[in-house]
Design a protein around this ligand. Structure first.
Ligand SMILES: Cc1ncc(COP(=O)(O)O)c(C=O)c1O
Length: 352
């Protein structure tokens, strides 16, 4: 019963098979291989963006930090949600790669930036003098770190505010596939048509071994990306192996099938848990993660029976009173089974 993270999932067999095929013979290095040319073409078609610049890296942190470095100067302010991965889980990589831009964390329920909080921050930014960081970019995440999604209208409401000040928009799409599968809209509706300038499109959590694409819908913004990636040590020499993962992941809509599978398991888990007296959901389970609270005693029993997941309250532990409710983060992936979901629900209900 693995609900720890979508990163604990294996890679999809289709992706592994593609790597084996890519491993036959020689291929040009550093992204000049024919697979990369096909991936670029495929992503341009998928996103209805014939002019988009496509680059690949192996981690979401590199994708986000390098993308933001193309948008924000060292004296820039990057507005994001307080719980955004870029703000709380990247060890300062965005600040490092931008050479000092300041992340400005904003509030909002369920992992989504409150438009009023963005308005307030931008109003302060409008008055910035030489003593202050200068408004530079907006960074959003979809699906969010709280397992919710922004629909195209909610995205556009935020990006329009940024654009009204001439700020470009970055979207952390580590779980973009889960958001698209959840909303049933097109990739373009959830990106450039909703005002996104740069998307980091995550493959790793959705069936790849380690592959993320960075899409610049305005290629002018990608001007420095190649130099920044190389300088950061993130340009792979045997780049064909990154490209092969993404090619297989896109092939026949596999990326969306895998994400839909993960989302369906999370929805079933959320339904089952919500029906148990004493269990409350902290956020709507729109995508592939469930945040739920239940008493410590049942966490102890579930973990002792082999359930793997994180307690999500800051410094929460299994030591303490049995009846104190603790928040769990339960992440489903493409390989999560219906049986694992049923078993966890049975453990939490005390029926197992
Ligand atoms: C929202 C979000 N963005 C980006 C990442 C990418 O992280 P990594 O550098 O571990 O691939 C993660 C991984 O947990 C994430 O949850």
């Amino acid at each position: 019963m693995w609900f720890m993270s979508d990163n604990t999932q294996p890679a999809a067999p289709e992706v592994v098979a593609a790597l084996e095929r890519a491993n036959r013979g020689h291929a040009a290095s550093y992204g000049a291989d024919p697979i990369m040319a096909r991936v670029t073409a495929a992503l341009r078609v998928l996103f209805e963006a014939p002019g988009a610049e496509v680059q690949l890296v192996a981690t979401g942190t590199a994708a986000n930090a390098l993308a933001l470095a193309c948008l924000a100067p060292p004296w820039g302010a990057v507005y994001c949600h307080g719980e955004a991965h870029v703000n709380s889980d990247e060890c300062g990589a965005p600040e490092f790669y931008t050479a000092g831009a300041k992340l400005v964390p904003l509030d909002g329920d369920h992992g989504r930036i409150d438009p009023a909080a963005l308005d307030a921050a931008l109003a302060i930014g409008r008055g910035a003098s030489v003593h202050n960081v200068q408004p530079a970019a907006l960074s959003l995440t979809n699906a969010t770190e709280a397992g919710t999604v922004y629909d195209p209208e909610a995205l556009a409401a935020l990006t329009a505010r940024a654009r009204s000040m001439g700020l470009p928009v970055h979207l952390d799409g580590a779980r973009f596939a889960n958001a698209v599968a959840s909303l049933g809209c097109t990739p373009s509706e959830l990106s450039w048509k909703a005002g996104v300038d740069v998307l980091t499109l995550g493959g790793t959590k959705d069936g790849c071994l380690a592959a993320e694409a960075v899409l610049f819908f305005d290629p002018v913004r990608a001007r420095d990306f190649g130099f920044r990636r190389k300088r950061a040590g993130h340009l792979f020499s045997k780049h064909r192996f990154l490209a092969a993962q993404i090619e297989a992941w896109l092939e026949g809509g596999l990326w969306l099938d895998l994400a839909a599978r993960a989302n369906a398991r999370a929805a079933a888990l959320a339904r089952g848990l919500a029906a148990i007296p004493g269990v409350t959901l902290a956020h709507p389970a729109d995508a592939n993660a469930v945040f739920a609270r239940w008493p410590r005693g049942l966490h102890r029993a579930a973990m002792a029976a082999g359930a793997e997941y994180y307690l999500w309250d800051f410094d929460a532990t299994l030591d303490g009173p049995d009846d104190e409710p603790l928040l769990a983060r339960l992440v489903c992936g493409w390989s999560t089974t219906e049986d694992e979901v049923r078993q966890l629900i049975a453990l939490v209900s005390g029926a197992a």
